[in-house]
Design a protein around this ligand. Sequence first.
Ligand SMILES: [Zn+2]
Ligand SMILES: [Zn+2]
Length: 304
Amino acid sequence: MPFEVTILGNNSAIPAHGRHPTSQIVQIHEQQFLVDCGEGTQMQLAKYKIRKSKFDHIFISHLHGDHYFGLIGLITSYHLMRREKPLHVYGPKGLLDIINLQLAVSNTTLFYQLIFHEVISEVVSVLLETDEFIISSFPVKHRIPTHGFLFKEKIGLRKINPDKIAELNFPFQVIAELKKGNDSEWEGKILKSNEWTLPPVAPRSYAFCADTIYHNELIKYISGCDVVYHEATFMEESAERAVLTFHSTAKQAATIGKAIGVKKLLLGHFSAKYENLQPLLAEAKEIFRETELAIEGQTFSIER
Ligand SMILES: [Zn+2]
Ligand SMILES: [Zn+2]
């Protein structure tokens, strides 16, 4: 089952050097989710041949323009495309007012239903839950209320023990119970789940940490995560500026990645002052080797 993230935009506030403001696609199994929607997101979707009609849920981390200035364009395109299915938008208080104002002044009544879910940035909240995964938000520390998003698979069913397959001549319902971890009974015989099945595969998780100052507290929200995206707006040479603007350096991002022990750390939200990103990567890798740049157009798979 696929679980992967595709980078559409990796720059901070000002688009520069061919890089775009923040946007990513997270695919879990059959569903695709848009995370942040900076200016130019639609153009990036077109460039990478990704159909925008696939998205039913859009997650916005905070109301700095580089994370949502593309949203009204996308919402309007859906309207012009005569979208019929509802669109769920998750974001901070104030986002719905902005959308409504933009629609009102252009005298637009959407063809489809836009369902807004207000995210309270200061607390952990479950935003969407299915049988297969949970998407939640968690607080980060930035100049205005900001939250990250955690995408987490649920623990699946236990697997049939391959050594037992030849003897497995029970009805489907009995097997289903064993796979759920429940002991069962068949023709007077007690069947123990842990004899007939093996533990389920480990669930995978991905955290998008949005814009944040270096913030140790973050670790408790995303501990155990397989892949983490953490902003690295600056290098250590600009550590003071990072503090002033509530952003992080590459070294600080790597320190978080190392503390969690992630399988892969993705760096993004690069300042326009850096045309060449390799020095940021090198700075982070000195602390934590499993670091990569979140390059636009690249897809990173979340491995077990
Ligand atoms: Zn930003
Ligand atoms: Zn910001």
